[in-house]
Design a protein around this ligand. Structure first.
Ligand code: AMP
Length: 188
């Protein structure tokens, strides 16, 4: 977890590589569908361009399908899912049968002003359609309203680790690996 611009995608890929599991980025899957103009992509695009979340039913069905693929058997790292209270319930249901235990939930913390600066920079470099000024602010609001509250839920389950996502890249990496190792020791 982490607000837009916290570095979730980069981090998720690195952690997943280290543990030999797939990183499953719902944002990337949506963007691939938008690029290929699939029915899913055409629907998702209107929400994404506005900085809104794609409706739960659509997102949940997509994740359910992805987790059923063979490369997820040994574990997986969802990046950007769940993002709403309903998606937490849905993920719980997906993990109930066959029973899979969550090792933990990592939240990357970055100050709001730095997030905006990072996203404006990404807009200049990558040209993502949802990285315009107004949409960037909208996405931060939606995160604060709908996703930030999930931290309390996972914290109550003893699954949450919050990592400072600012500063030198290798420091952030060290912090993340320490927390991931701690979380995994609890369940293994
Ligand atoms: P991201 O690349 O993770 O920032 O996601 C980009 C966009 O994809 C988000 O702003 C949403 O519009 C959509 N999206 C990604 N993940 C989800 C999710 N779990 N639920 C709803 N919409 C999502």
């Amino acid at each position: 977890m982490g607000p837009p611009g916290a570095g979730k995608g980069t981090r998720a890929t690195r952690i997943a590589d280290r543990y030999g599991i797939p990183a499953i980025s719902t944002g990337d899957i949506f963007r691939a569908n938008v690029a290929a103009a699939t029915p899913l992509g055409i629907t998702a695009k209107t929400y994404m361009d506005a900085g809104d979340y794609v409706p739960n039913e659509i997102t949940d069905a997509m994740v359910r399908g992805r987790l059923a693929e063979p490369d997820c058997v040994r574990g997986f790292l969802p990046d950007g899912y769940p993002r709403t209270v309903e998606q937490v319930k849905e993920l719980d249901a997906m993990l109930a049968d066959p029973a899979v235990e969550l090792d933990g939930v990592l939240i990357l913390a970055v100050e709001p002003e730095e997030l905006i600066q990072r996203l404006l920079h990404r807009a200049a470099v990558e040209g993502r359609a949802d990285d315009t000024d107004a949409v960037i602010r909208r996405r931060q609001e939606i995160y604060a309203e709908q996703t930030a509250p999930l931290a309390a839920e996972y914290s109550a389950r003893g699954l949450l680790a919050e990592v400072d996502g600012t500063g030198r890249v290798d420091y952030v990496t060290d912090r993340i690996h320490t927390e991931v190792a701690r979380l995994r020791r609890r369940t293994r």
